[in-house]
Design a protein. Structure first.
Length: 127
């Protein structure tokens, strides 16, 4: 679940596409995707079509931009670090729970949340 904190004339989309573009004029946005988790000798690793980065640095991108007649124009992006998720939450998700990220789309200054987004703008939980 992605929650917006301020109305801006932008749209959001995960980097790889294939998930709906959502207007920031809505009170909240929800993107559903699957991430594979490998529990190996070096710890957890995350994989899948939306996972970015090298092993030990995996993350998801959430792009800010404009969708128009000519397609998508990305202007900024937020990086949701996967290795910062508490292991107990990942294990619960591996056991069948749904892992959810609650994300404020605006920072303390009211600007779009960009770069590596961390607490308090990003909170991971299971359902």
């Amino acid at each position: 679940m992605v929650r917006r904190a301020r109305r801006t004339p932008a749209r959001h989309q995960p980097k790889k596409g294939g998930i709906d573009i959502v207007s920031t004029q809505e009170d909240s946005a929800k993107f559903e995707l699957t991430v594979d988790v490998i529990d190996g000798p070096d710890g957890l690793d995350f994989r899948g079509p939306y996972v970015q980065g090298r092993k030990g640095e995996r993350f998801l991108y959430l792009n800010w931009g404009q969708a128009g007649a000519d397609g998508w124009t990305g202007v900024r992006r937020a990086k949701l670090q996967l290795l910062t998720i508490d292991r107990s939450l990942v294990e619960a998700a591996m056991g069948g729970s749904v892992l959810t990220a609650d994300l404020s789309l605006s920072d303390a200054r009211g600007a779009p949340a960009t770069a590596s987004v961390r607490s308090p703008l990003l909170r991971w939980r299971t359902e």
